[in-house]
Design a protein around this ligand. Structure first.
Ligand code: ZN
Length: 319
């Protein structure tokens, strides 16, 4: 059983800067469980890890509004499904997915709590109900300037509701595909997936966006699975990110070892609620742990916030 021990985010993490000695390299990841906390701490401080690669203990407490002059990313606690709200330092508002149908109102309430009046960009990663279900409610509540989605459709009423809401908003959907850049100030945001079409495999169609702000970076993967992960890695696009939104709610279908190596995150966030699919999978949790990634999950931690000043990222969880 994977335990969310905040302490493990600090001293236990294996940080391997390039200049670290071979001796420490060998010790890293193989610290015997009997070793004292003090010894671990000195092993860590000896490496003087770069702040970007050292997971620091998160703050715990109530949700805070977006930090002025910084980038704030909220992995919203909306039950099983995905919904991520981003406020850039320049003041732009971005929403990636809106959870299930009944989560739409929740997502809207979060955004209103943060005084959002409009969304510069709305991204529907793929047509599954746990991602686009709430987006019609979001579209009705806010003035949405641009909507991005991959070029794949679905036969469900939920998907039709989404299309209708986009139409009523007076927008046409812009295609989300590898290479497309989002017109935002102060951040680099580019789709790295989908690299190609995936037929009926809706998850692999997921729009995957990499956002960087200063020296910090984020990768939002939707429900992309191994096929898409391999194509993204093979495409040669930059995938490295400090924070990874884990694909497909931590399902065993995603977060392959090779992809995880390519992204090499310090932090991972799993957007997940009570579900019958076994999300997140033990295999994926173990893989993240073995790679010394500090894991947050919205079912256990509530809404997870990552705030970047362009140099370092600080994490916050509600519980
Ligand atoms: Zn999903």
């Amino acid at each position: 059983m994977f335990m969310l021990n905040p302490k493990s985010f600090g001293p236990l993490r294996c940080v391997v800067p390039a200049l670290l000695s071979i001796a420490l390299l060998t010790a890293c990841g193989n610290l015997p469980s009997t070793e004292s906390q003090g010894a671990r701490e000195s092993a860590q401080s000896a490496g003087s890890p770069s702040p970007l690669h050292a997971a620091e203990a998160p703050q715990t407490g109530a949700l805070l509004p977006p930090a002025k002059g910084k980038l704030s990313v909220y992995f919203l606690d909306i039950g099983q499904g995905d919904s991520t709200y981003i406020k850039t330092a320049a003041g732009d508002d971005i929403l990636i997915d809106g959870g299930k149908n009944d989560a739409g109102a929740k997502a809207v309430a979060y955004l209103q709590q943060f005084d959002v009046d409009d969304l510069e960009i709305l991204i529907a990663t793929h047509p599954d109900a746990d991602h686009i279900g709430g987006l019609d409610t979001v579209l009705e509540a806010f003035d949405v300037k641009a909507v991005y989605a991959p070029k794949v459709s679905h036969t469900t009423d939920t998907f039709k509701d989404f299309l209708l809401a986009v139409k009523q908003e007076g927008r046409t959907i812009k295609e989300a595909k590898a290479g497309v850049r989002l017109p935002l100030e102060g951040v680099e945001a580019v789709f790295v997936g989908p690299v190609k079409g995936y037929g009926d495999d809706l998850n692999d169609w997921s729009a995957v966006v990499r956002l960087s702000y200063g020296a910090t970076s984020f990768l939002f993967t939707g429900d992309a699975e191994k096929k898409s992960e391999k194509d993204m890695a093979d495409s040669g696009a930059e995938l490295k990110a400090d924070v990874l939104k884990v694909g497909h709610h931590g399902s065993v279908s995603s977060t392959s070892e090779a992809f995880l190596q390519a992204v090499s995150p310090t932090y991972a966030v799993i957007s997940v609620g009570r579900n019958q699919y076994g999300h997140p999978a033990e295999t994926v949790l173990n893989r993240l742990e073995e790679n010394h990634v500090a894991v947050y999950r919205t079912d256990a931690n509530g809404t997870v916030t990552a705030v970047s000043d362009g140099i370092t990222i600080s994490m916050r969880k509600v519980k």
